[in-house]
Design a protein. Structure first.
Length: 203
């Protein structure tokens, strides 16, 4: 009877290990979407001290790391598209419609990937919803701004459109959700995560 109980316990532990270990490995060995090079095209620069997201994501629980890596890779894509677009509007040299078409394609693709990324816990829902809503407001802002600049309005006139300020407020809220979820981020991860949202902001 003792031997049978011991065999059952051993088999049960083996079954638990088979179920748990691959999941832990999966959390650690996710597909890395974040690019090695975050440089912008020549002639453009980030509006703040954006640094690449550290690969170790120190301070982010293992189960959340795939989500953070994937979402921040897509946010970087949004930042880069937004930076080129706002520079085009500011420079006023024309090509507004073409710039918006490129901006929209890259941003819409990133938005779709963010929305289809599984959210690992309820605590990240408000962060995800906040950044997506901010991106949506920026799409509206740039759509209006593109038409206005093409019609001869100045950059000073179009930058006051309310969608831009709404997006800014949503990004601030998203950062608050990020801080609340991860109070123990390493300085490097925290700085990078913050500056992705800062660089996405229009102001």
């Amino acid at each position: 009877m003792k031997n049978r109980s011991k065999i059952f316990s051993t088999a049960f532990l083996a079954l638990v290990s088979a179920l748990v270990i691959p999941q832990a490995v999966l959390c650690q060995n996710f597909q890395n979407w974040y690019p090695q090079n975050i440089a912008l095209p020549s002639g453009h620069s980030y509006p703040c001290a954006l640094t690449a997201l550290p690969a170790n994501l120190d301070g982010v629980p293992p189960a959340d790391r795939a989500f953070i890596n994937h979402v921040y890779a897509m946010l970087l894509q949004c930042v880069q598209a937004k930076t080129v677009m706002i520079d085009t509007l500011r420079d006023g040299k024309g090509g507004f419609d073409q710039a918006y078409a490129s901006y929209y394609a890259k941003t819409a693709q990133a938005r779709q990937k963010i929305m289809t990324e599984p959210v690992p816990n309820v605590g990240l829902q408000s962060f995800r919803d906040g950044v997506v809503s901010a991106v949506d407001q920026q799409i509206l802002f740039f759509g209006k701004a593109t038409k206005a600049r093409g019609a001869g309005k100045s950059f000073q006139e179009i930058i006051s459109y309310p969608e831009g300020r709404t997006a800014s407020g949503l990004l601030i809220q998203a950062w608050g959700a990020m801080q609340g979820r991860y109070p123990n981020l390493s300085p490097a991860v925290k700085d990078s995560a913050y500056h992705h949202l800062c660089a996405l902001d229009l102001f």
